[in-house]
Design a protein around this ligand. Structure first.
Ligand SMILES: Cc1cc2nc3c(=O)[nH]c(=O)nc-3n(C[C@H](O)[C@H](O)[C@H](O)COP(=O)(O)OP(=O)(O)OC[C@H]3O[C@@H](n4cnc5c(N)ncnc54)[C@H](O)[C@@H]3O)c2cc1C
Length: 448
């Protein structure tokens, strides 16, 4: 079976050295870092993006490729509506086929409880005038030819889209580089330099970059980076397994999920498949530290996550991962350039079994590649997008909680304006960092 296409062995596309100074430094070359950098470059702001491994090699290439408004938290929805516009425009501007297609997203309901959850979302959808609608059992049965099983109904959003993550974020990075972003791969940011309470530079493994403005968009590594500077965020990461099939007949052009299987048609004629739920949390020091904040999410979905007592060596919340290091010594970031978890064999078996059960007419599923990604989760399933009050000049955009690909260019535009001190155009109160410490109750967003 071919290996996942992104690894440390891939040639470096953006060699250093980094510049000695830059107006803005972005830490992390996933969809959030790349699109923020692109929007800044379009305002002629000198920006340097440092990536410890390879562009998009972590979550931003490993995801399912769903660009959905459906099932979103009410406060995320306006940003993802904006993001959908950006996706369309960027897909044209980048001059490469990123597989962007408006083929819809559908959730199939096997219980009345599920339908009740969909009905809740319909109120949010109506407030934002999106085209989400509910289907009854009969309409659902006729939705996808040959689909077995009986469903109570479904929720579907025809205007939702899909794109190929392996292709899309590297293509956006190439566009950003053409428009003036200085990207440096194999370049971990080790620490911030802080002078009189403000950022004055970033120490990377390839030297110092003087700057007064830093965006941390480090995905699953953000909490570790911030903690080194005395800032605690309750971010944990969970492993999620995915597989891609060999080309198969087209039964459905869009993306859909039932209880035990999620599938999306791929540009290459196969499907991207994932087991419903079954993500794995490696319990480390952060998991203990933040356990109480995760109780509401845990109670809402008690069997949604499995646990393992120890993360593999070098993972962000592994017991042995150092929590302190000096700017001139190796940091945990460059020790693991690409976080590449092994897919769960039980997850792969479940994918094959459940996809075949749902579409028996397709016969045996032939998997051509499988992989896993570490999702950076927050207790309320929505991100942090905020200035760090304790450190002037530092902004954090992280904890996208398993749905940051679709909303990515929207967050990128928002953060680029935040960096410039402009009007944002959206209410970001829900995404403030202080919500975890100001006595607010944890209010989980829809885990749909
Ligand atoms: C299996 C799976 C399925 C998903 N499906 C979907 C989906 O269908 N739709 C959707 O919208 N979202 C989905 N997501 C979520 C989505 O992929 C993420 O939310 C999104 O990619 C996060 O982007 P990011 O830029 O914040 O982080 P990442 O893509 O993780 O990028 C962070 C980058 O920062 C780098 N970095 C970290 N620390 C440092 C440092 N100190 N110095 C330099 N570089 C550093 C890392 O190497 C990494 O490349 C899925 C995620 C997974 C894992």
């Amino acid at each position: 079976m071919p290996a996942f296409p992104f690894s440390e062995a891939n040639p470096i596309q953006y060699p250093g050295p980094p510049p000695k100074s830059s107006d803005v430094v972005i830490i992390g070359g996933g969809v959030i870092g790349v699109t923020t950098a692109l929007f800044l470059a379009r305002r002629d702001i000198p920006v340097t993006l440092v990536e410890k491994g390879r562009i998009a090699a972590e979550q931003s290439s490993r995801n399912w490729g769903w660009i959905r408004k459906q099932g979103r938290d009410a406060d995320e929805l306006p940003i993802v509506i904006e993001a959908s516009r950006h996706w369309r425009q960027l897909a044209e501007e980048c001059g490469e086929d990123i597989g962007l297609k408006q083929t819809g997203v559908t959730y199939l309901a096997s219980s009345d409880d599920k339908m009740a959850g969909f009905e809740e979302f319909m109120k949010i959808a109506a407030a934002h005038k999106i085209d989400t609608r509910l289907l009854n059992a009969q309409e659902t049965a006729g939705l996808i030819e040959g689909m077995s099983g009986s469903f109570k109904g479904a929720m579907t959003t025809p205007s939702d889209m899909r794109a190929e993550p392996w292709v899309a974020v590297p293509a956006l990075a190439r566009l950003a580089a053409r428009e003036g972003v200085k990207i440096v791969e194999n370049c971990a940011a080790r620490t911030l330099e802080i002078s009189a309470g403000r950022v004055s530079g970033v120490w990377t493994e390839a030297g110092h970059i003087a700057t007064s403005s830093v965006l941390l968009a480090g995905g699953a590594w953000s909490s570790l980076f911030l903690r080194r500077h005395g800032v605690s965020i309750p971010q944990l990461s969970v492993r999620s397994t995915v597989a891609a099939t060999e080309p198969m007949p087209e039964i459905h052009a869009g993306a859909a999920a039932a209880d035990h299987i999620a599938f999306r048609r791929r540009q290459d004629g196969g499907y991207t498949l994932a087991p419903g739920g079954g993500s794995l949390l490696y319990v480390g020091p952060d998991a203990f530290r933040h356990a109480t904040k995760y109780f509401p999410a845990l109670m809402a979905n008690p069997f949604g996550t499995r646990y393992s007592p120890a993360a593999p060596a070098g993972y962000p919340d592994s017991w042995a991962t150092p929590r302190r290091w000096a700017p001139d010594s190796q940091s945990p970031f460059e020790r693991m350039r690409v976080l590449d978890p092994a897919p769960a064999s039980s997850g792969l078996r479940s994918i094959e079994r459940n996809f075949t059960r749902l579409f028996p007419q397709l016969g045996r599923v032939r998997i051509k590649a499988s992989w896993a990604g570490m999702i950076d989760a927050m207790p309320d399933v929505v991100p942090i997008v905020d200035r760090v009050q304790a450190i002037g000049g530092l902004i954090v955009a992280t904890g996208m909680s398993g749905h940051g690909f679709g909303i990515g260019p929207g967050i990128g535009r928002v953060v680029s304006d935040m960096i410039q001190g402009n009007e944002i155009g959206h209410d970001l109160t829900r995404f403030r960092l202080s919500r975890f410490y100001d006595g607010s109750a944890i209010r989980p967003g829809p885990a749909l």
